[in-house]
Ligand binder design. Structure first.
Ligand code: AMP
Length: 217
């Protein structure tokens, strides 16, 4: 069960991948989460990537590849994983080809207005990384994570100026990646044309499609 989840920033990738991962008992691996954690802990890696992440620019391939390879070699990835936010470039995709092939690419198709609405209202837990939305996926108590009690904050790159830069970068990179994987790995297309569809509905849709393709039980 080796999946990649693809979709513009704010498509809901993180939320769906976490939920799907729990159901399938495989980890969601998000390079973005790993970079944010490193920045928070102010590690060497954090110091190297902060300038890129905070501006919405891609971290250099070499750094992203190294961190991903280290992560997928951990024992919890033995039965598979869901990659969220990786690969972002052809060089990253090629590095991933060194390991067994992916089983499917889950591709979220989301109109731009839905993305803007989602991202500008998104809040992230400073402690555990859980994702909320001040309009559509509210925590029980404002500003506090339901899961761990951590403080919810707005990511630097979820602010409007940076959102636009991230969408621009995403558009520029995605076309090439889709071409790269066409014919190599099956695509599972999931349409999300509204802001307030409960995440569980989308996750079920993904599960049904993966089952139909005999990729999961
Ligand atoms: P995300 O949470 O996936 O939107 O990622 C947040 C930020 O982390 C991105 O805007 C990039 O700066 C960086 N990043 C995450 N994953 C990658 C990757 N695979 N390659 C390069 N940069 C990445």
């Amino acid at each position: 069960m080796r999946f990649i989840i693809f979709g513009p920033p704010g498509a809901g990738k993180g939320t769906y991948a976490s939920r799907l991962g729990s159901k399938l008992k495989i980890p969601k691996i998000s390079t973005g989460d790993m970079f944010r954690e490193a920045i928070k802990q102010d590690t060497d890696l954090g110091k190297r990537v902060a300038q890129f992440v905070n501006k919405g620019e891609l971290v250099p391939d070499k750094v992203a590849i190294e961190i991903l390879e280290e992560r997928i070699s951990k024992p919890d990835s033995e039965n598979g994983f869901i990659l969220d936010g990786y690969p972002r470039t052809i060089a990253e995709a090629k590095a991933l080809d060194q390991s067994p092939t992916m089983d499917a690419i889950i591709r979220l198709i989301v109109p731009e207005w839905v993305i803007i609405e989602r991202l500008s209202n998104r809040r992230t837990c400073r402690n555990c990384g859980a994702i909320y939305n001040v309009k559509y996926l509210k925590p029980k108590k404002e500003g506090v994570c339901d899961r761990c009690g951590g403080e919810l904050y707005q990511r630097e790159d979820d602010k409007p100026k940076v959102i636009r830069e991230r969408l621009r970068v995403y558009e520029a990179q995605t076309r090439a990646l889709i071409d790269y994987y066409k014919g190599k790995v099956p695509f599972v297309d999931i349409e999300c044309r509204s802001v307030d569809v409960p995440p569980e509905t989308i996750v079920k849709k993904i599960q049904r499609k993966l089952q139909k393709m005999s990729l999961i039980k």
